[in-house]
Design a protein around this ligand. Sequence first.
Ligand SMILES: C[S@@+](CC[C@H](N)C(=O)[O-])C[C@H]1O[C@@H](n2cnc3c(N)ncnc32)[C@H](O)[C@@H]1O
Length: 180
Amino acid sequence: MQVYVPQEDSFLLEEEIKKEDLNGKKCLDLGIGSGIQAKAMFFSNAQKVFCVDINPKALLFVQKKLVNFYGKFVLIESDLFSSLGKEKFDFIAFNPPYLPSKEIKWKDLDGGKKGREIIDKFLSQFKKHLNANAIVLLLISSLNNDKEIISFLEKKGFVVEVVASKKLFFEELFVLRIKS
Ligand SMILES: C[S@@+](CC[C@H](N)C(=O)[O-])C[C@H]1O[C@@H](n2cnc3c(N)ncnc32)[C@H](O)[C@@H]1O
């Protein structure tokens, strides 16, 4: 499994993280890949950034880059929240693998049926890891049925705003800003 090289989805999410004031906030970069989102959190003044990925290579890659910033970052190999115990966060960003696929072979890209397998697991787990007034930025694609995801979150009582979008040739990307 290789480390995900930042693409359009990464840059769209990164721009939204840069707009957040994360001063004093405990943050989670879920699916860290190259570390692009964790770096944006750091420059938005995050107090601490938990860097999580299922891919040990991503954690090794990021560890080398962050060597001068120990104390700010916590690196954890985990399948979503499974190794995070009862940790709660003020801010979570997730750029999930969202491409529809028959099976999940490439964990950085393959999202299974409708590209929703990892997204749906995240949606069923993230609430109990939120502090009061937490913000979640979630990247999704029109391939995932964006309206259904937004409606699901709204029915759960979250306030959802589409803060960024980008049309690509076979899909449109969206960044959802989710507030409890
Ligand atoms: C689309 S890449 C995004 C990487 C990076 N955050 C970015 O924006 O460029 C998805 C990342 O999620 C990781 N990932 C996939 N499934 C995961 C899971 N179940 N738990 C944690 N990380 C996962 C992949 O290894 C990959 O690094």
